[in-house]
Design a protein around this ligand. Structure first.
Ligand SMILES: [Zn+2]
Length: 430
């Protein structure tokens, strides 16, 4: 029999049973951190909260949030709840905006990570006979390691190429007959560009069928472009170093992002008032890990905005769904009182025939007033046709339709924006 789900029992669990399981695990976890970590112990004491005060799931709202700043305060191992000797692997964020966020794992945490990643990749359609080209950067960053652990658990072949050396990526993809590609969405487009320069046709000259993309936000239009460019199905992955890395969600064949909620409890809050919102409302995602040992997170504020939904999906999974990330609060820009996310601009640009996926948002702030302009590369063919002002006008019109803002667009020479083998730099401060 063909196995549709990686873990049928959990992935199709009735919602009330899931909530019972979450409550049982949350009680254990709250007791565990109270007993094993001084910071949590003191915080609970100050709030006069005892672990047995937690009687229903919503009692979690009595507990404090954890922010990135808190994690930095306890850098590197202050929030660890096991003996340091129990830690067998450590990852960290790049730390471009301060001290890196550290992700320590026990043996059980590593098992858990492999399990949720296998569930995610299985939901994408990865099977034992697949060959996954793992083009996320190997290193401290969680990405590559999470994909490797999950794919190996399924039994797929993992091609551990890491990111960069793009011509070699193309050669190995051809020679090893890779069927799946894992990397940032923008890097997948760059690999296609290089493949074309090398004289290949990305659709007909490779065996690629599935893309597992994450670590940067990308619009629905970008997803369509990637799928058409390679003739593949492109799946979204969402992860955070603080929670476990990739593996928080499993995107199914309906392209719905099912939260692996037996391990990660999701709340949605109003980022301004901190109030808990109802399913269906847009707000900030807040995660609590239910089963992690070394570095459990209680009510971690992700700064990512999305919608949380509890409806059953056509794929048969009952695990709750989060919408695609509407925007990161950190990337949010305010222009003339209008909230702007880079993904909205990307969506508008991708709607214009003749535009490529290479663009940059130029952000200028003068006496506290922010203004934006866009530089975007047309496709080579469109660039040679000339009359670029027509193209610019079309793009400005699409942006106005979404944001009700006049943002000037400049079409620039193809291949003039530097390419990235990891996260693309979309916002330039000038
Ligand atoms: Zn589904």
């Amino acid at each position: 029999m063909i196995k549709k789900y990686w873990d049928k029992e959990i992935e199709t669990i009735p919602l009330n049973e899931l909530k019972d399981l979450q409550l049982k695990r949350l009680k254990n976890m709250v007791k565990y951190i109270y007993q094993n970590n001084k910071y949590y112990h003191d915080e609970f004491k100050e709030l006069e909260f005892k672990p047995y005060d937690l009687k229903k799931l919503r009692d979690i709202e009595k507990l404090p949030f954890l922010t990135k700043q808190d994690l930095r305060k306890f850098y590197p191992f202050g929030l660890v709840c096991t003996e340091i000797d129990e830690i067998v692997e450590v990852h960290a964020s790049s730390g471009t905006t301060g001290k890196p966020v550290v992700g320590p794992y026990t043996n059980n945490d590593i098992d858990l990570w492999g399990e949720v990643m296998a569930r995610s990749l299985w939901a994408n359609g990865i099977r034992k006979n697949d060959r996954l080209q793992n083009s996320y950067g190997y290193g401290l960053f969680t990405g590559a390691h999470g994909f490797e652990k999950g794919a190996e658990k399924i039994g797929s072949m993992v091609i551990t190429i890491s990111s960069g050396n793009t011509r070699r990526q193309v050669n190995l993809m051809k020679d090893f007959s890779s069927t799946a590609l894992a990397c940032t969405p923008s890097y997948s487009m760059y690999i296609a560009e290089v493949a074309e320069e090398m004289g290949y046709d990305p659709i007909n000259d490779f065996n690629l069928k599935i893309g597992c993309f994450g670590a940067e936000s990308w619009s629905d239009e970008m997803r369509k472009n990637i799928e058409n460019r390679w003739d593949i199905t492109a799946h979204e992955h969402y992860g955070l170093t603080e929670i476990i890395g990739p593996g928080i969600i499993s995107e199914c064949e309906e392209k719905k992002l099912h939260i692996n909620a037996d391990h990660f409890l999701c709340e949605i809050i109003d980022p301004d008032t901190n109030e808990t919102l109802n399913p269906g409302e847009e707000g900030e995602l807040v995660f609590t890990t239910l089963t992690k040992e070394a570095f459990p997170m209680l009510r971690f504020r992700t700064r990512d905005l999305a919608i949380y939904i509890e409806n059953k999906c056509n794929c048969g999974r009952t695990l709750p769904i989060q919408s695609r990330i509407i925007g990161r609060s950190d990337d949010m820009m305010k222009v003339k009182g209008v909230i702007v996310f880079p993904s909205q601009i990307e969506d508008a640009l991708m709607k214009v025939n003749g535009m490529s996926d290479n663009y940059q948002i130029i952000k200028t702030t003068k006496s506290n007033i922010t203004s934006l302009s866009i530089e975007v590369e047309p496709t080579e063919i469109r660039y040679r046709d000339g009359h670029l002002e027509d193209l610019e006008k079309l793009a400005e019109k699409e942006i106005f339709a979404i944001l009700n803002l006049n943002i000037p667009v400049k079409a620039i020479q193809p291949k003039s924006i530097p390419r990235s083998t990891g996260k693309a730099k979309r916002i330039i401060q000038r």
